[in-house]
Write a protein that binds this ligand. Sequence first.
Ligand code: DC
Length: 222
Amino acid sequence: MTFVVTIDGPSGAGKSSVAKALAKTLGIRWLDTGALYRAVAYTLDKRGIARTDGKGTADAMAALSVRIDSEGVFVDGEDVTKAIRTPHVDRIVSAWAALGAVRNGLLSVQRSQARYGSLVAEGRDMGSVVFPDAAVRFFLTASPEARAMRRYKELLERGESLDYEDVLSRMRDRDRADSSRDLAPLTEPEGAIRVDTSSMGQQEVVDELVRIVRSETAGCSS
Ligand code: DC
């Protein structure tokens, strides 16, 4: 039997790198659902659709073909993998992710991924909404300062010149937007395993998660 592992948590808790490394160690696929929300936000924004235009957004979502695989993220055949990792998309994505038409449109894209085998699904509502029956559900978190510092270093490595305080304040804004929206807000799923990564190295977190998943899924195939 195949299985799903979910990892939810706020931006900068280390979800992506941990989810990716966990999937690799277990020999199963990694699903970055933030990339799907970014791809939709990037595309609808570029097409000039107003977020307040409910019908325009719903029509666009119904016609949109979003695909994610090991090669990247594609919208209507266009490779948007790099274009979705900019400060502009960072700023607009939460607002698009709060829309019902966007969330509903992406639900089937996400669930269909579990048909191809076992999966580490990473996002904000994986354990609560998308895969509530997952074999193991994690909630990864860290202090806002630790998360902002990680994001700051990531951006510096990419050549973006930003102020740490700005990164921290944007992180807080995004946390607020993601946690206070009406639809599928970022919450700790009931019964999830909470891991605070503030003072843990990435490998330490991965090792801990691998240990837990192996013990919980003994007997399952990938
Ligand atoms: O993980 P990330 O920073 O790439 O996520 C981008 C945005 O998408 C973020 O504002 C939260 C939102 N998101 C969401 O609402 N639900 C998910 N399952 C994944 C991401």
